[in-house]
Design a protein around this ligand. Structure first.
Ligand code: AMP
Ligand code: MG
Length: 604
């Protein structure tokens, strides 16, 4: 008998990633990119408006303030530009152009007044609130510059990356192809689902299960057949398929019975061998390559649970390898058993279980029917438990390894706690994708969960799940200073820095940096930033920088405030380096925070 590792090693040694092909973007989901992707365009492609409103010169509307009576400014509307149109009419001093979201910014304009702050006029417009340079303008190239690498070879294409590929101008991509797989059920007793059963017959579930399991990670079933217990037919079908597909899966006919014809017929074809593996279920396994193209052939046992587990343990890793994906592709976690479990000596048991997570971690309830014909219990399970060969008995509370088979057991986003769609009284109206009878109800009572930490037991970093934390208004302030020479301070004070207005540029850089914080700090959550103030004051030997950032979210905003100060400081150094080569950043720190469970705090 072989161990699971030995049999898997034989299989993985016989398969390799397929060569790249160029596919339409719409067929690339789930595939591995084989080229670096450079953006073909700037994103945004041109300066454009973030709002419906009026393109203006900000200096013309400077004084408008809804709190000050008589401060509104009225400008003639000299043109109009919508998304997709070309801004041909410039905005000259004292003029406005009506503009829609996404439309090109007219020449001369430097800001947008949103329509809500105006009377909405078409001949002339009354502007009630002033804007500063850049308000509601989306500058060309702000997101991506043409020519920059936006995705690297080796990336797996998902919906978000499809959006990026499309936006950057790529209609097709070089990827590793989907393996084309043939699935063959064998057995004289098999009838297609929907067909009438005569005495002694059963519905063929394996070929449908395998087709579905293949498509879960992007492989495609090009042939699905059912054949009887006829050895010469098995050989004929396999020889034909070996010329047409990239992998062949058969089920049934591999154990010790009198009609286990697959084993008899295929043994010795190509490199096919039939072995016993120390696992339960799934002891009898056949594998080898057939045909001139060395097509991998997996002869899986017929019992549905054995076929499924064999697929998970051997076929999935092999086909994912052919796609250039990581072989496992299932999260392996530790779980506690909710009930005792027996396991055969000398064989790894792959038990089926219903797993769920609460504040103390994962818990797994092994399904009642652990025999390899219990399809209903298999379908109830959402996890496989891996019981080592030497373990024969486990008690409730013992820890075991688990592969999670679907995404269930996770927490719903916070808004789902409050909102449940109407189901018209039909309890079947919404699919239950987990074995958990009511994940929303369970999660709604959850607190912050276990002690928050960014490091798991095995030492790997992870981003803390904040979905159950409360949304509160939060503010954080940070400060820091850039130590400067007397010459540099004098240049800043007199506005004589050769590169220009260093303080203004540093302030803008600090604000921009806040929006990039989650990209820079690996475990920081992306949060909606509601406001940023960056102040820069020139002292005698330094520039003091101070940033205050506001949000209403589930996590604090200190990292954003620190990033603002640091980037403003770096920018200042860049601006003054011609005058001062020794500028130095010191004392970057959080000075105050408010909101959130840990309460308010300030340095003083
Ligand atoms: P075998 O390995 O062919 O002896 O099959 C073992 C058990 O699995 C028998 O009870 C078969 O009836 C059953 N079985 C085999 N193939 C399938 C299939 N495609 N769908 C459902 N059950 C199957
Ligand atoms: Mg059979």
């Amino acid at each position: 008998m072989l161990s699971v590792e030995e049999h898997l090693a034989t299989i993985l040694a016989a398969v390799r990633p397929a060569g790249p092909v160029r596919l339409a973007l719409s067929d690339s989901l789930g595939l591995v990119l084989c080229e670096d992707i450079r953006s073909l365009v700037d994103l945004p492609g041109f300066d454009n408006s973030a709002m419906d409103g009026y393109a203006v010169r900000s200096a013309d509307v400077e004084g408008a303030d809804p709190a000050v009576q008589g401060s509104a400014v009225t400008l003639p509307v000299v043109g109009e530009v919508a998304a997709g149109g070309v801004a041909t009419i410039p905005v000259r001093p004292g003029e406005a152009v009506r503009i829609m979201t996404g439309a090109m910014l007219p020449r001369g304009a430097d800001a947008i007044v949103k329509v809500e702050d105006t009377d909405g006029g078409t001949e002339s417009v009354e502007i009630r609130e002033g804007v500063v340079v850049g308000t509601s303008v989306r500058p060309a190239g702000e997101d991506v510059r043409a020519g920059t690498v936006v995705l690297q070879a080796g990336s797996v294409i998902d919906a978000r990356r499809v959006a990026l590929l499309a936006a950057t101008g790529h209609g097709d991509v070089l990827v590793r192809p989907r393996p084309r797989v043939a699935v063959v059920s064998t057995g004289a007793e098999l009838v297609a689902p929907g067909g009438r059963l005569e005495p002694g017959q059963i519905h063929d579930s394996n070929s449908h299960m395998l087709e579905a399991a293949l498509s879960e990670f992007g492989a495609v079933t090009t042939h699905r057949l059912t054949i009887g217990d006829d050895g010469s037919e098995v050989v004929r079908v396999v020889e034909q398929l070996a010329e047409q597909v990239d992998a062949i899966l058969t089920s049934g006919g591999v154990s010790m019975g009198a009609y286990d014809v697959v084993k008899e017929a295929l043994r010795g074809r190509g490199t096919v061998d039939f072995v016993q593996v120390r696992m339960q279920p799934g002891k009898p396994q056949g594998f080898g390559t057939v045909g001139e193209r060395d097509v991998p052939l997996f002869a899986l046992p017929g019992n549905p649970v054995s076929a499924y587990v064999s697929f998970e343990v051997f076929v999935r890793p092999a086909l994912r390898t052919m796609m250039g994906l990581l072989p496992a592709g299932r999260p392996a976690l530790k779980t506690r058993l909710m009930h005792q479990l027996r396991s055969p000596a000398g064989r790894i048991q792959i038990a089926r279980a219903v797993a769920a997570q609460d504040a103390s971690g994962w818990h797994a309830d092994p399904v009642w029917g652990q025999a390899s014909h219990f399809i209903a219990d298999l379908s109830r399970a959402n996890a496989l438990l891996v019981i080592p060969a030497e373990v024969t008995e486990l008690a409730a509370g013992d820890e075991v390894e688990m592969w999670l088979l679907d995404g269930s057991g996770g927490r719903a986003p916070f808004w789902q706690n409050a909102v449940r769609p109407l189901n018209g009284g039909d309890p079947g109206a919404f699919a239950q994708d987990s074995a958990d009878p009511d994940p929303v109800a369970r999660d709604s009572g959850a607190s912050d969960g276990p002690a928050l930490t960014h490091v798991r037991a095995d030492g790997s970093a992870h981003m803390v799940d904040i979905s159950s934390k409360e949304v509160t208004a939060r503010e954080a302030s940070a400060a820091g200073r850039v130590l400067l020479s007397a010459d540099a301070v004098a240049a800043l004070r007199s506005g004589n820095v050769p590169k220009g207005d260093a303080l203004a540029v540093a302030r803008i850089a600090g604000i921009q940096a806040v929006k990039r914080t989650p990209e820079l700090i690996p475990l920081a959550h992306p949060i909606a930033v509601h406001g940023v103030d960056v102040d820069v004051d020139v002292a005698d030997d330094a520039v003091e920088i101070r940033a205050t950032v506001r949000t209403a979210d589930r996590t604090g905003i200190e990292m954003e405030a620190l990033t603002a100060v640091t980037v403003a400081a770096l920018t200042l150094i860049d601006m003054v380096k011609a005058v001062d080569k020794h500028a130095r950043i010191t004392d970057v720190r959080v000075i105050a925070k408010s909101g959130g469970r840990s309460g308010d705090w300030s340095e003083s």
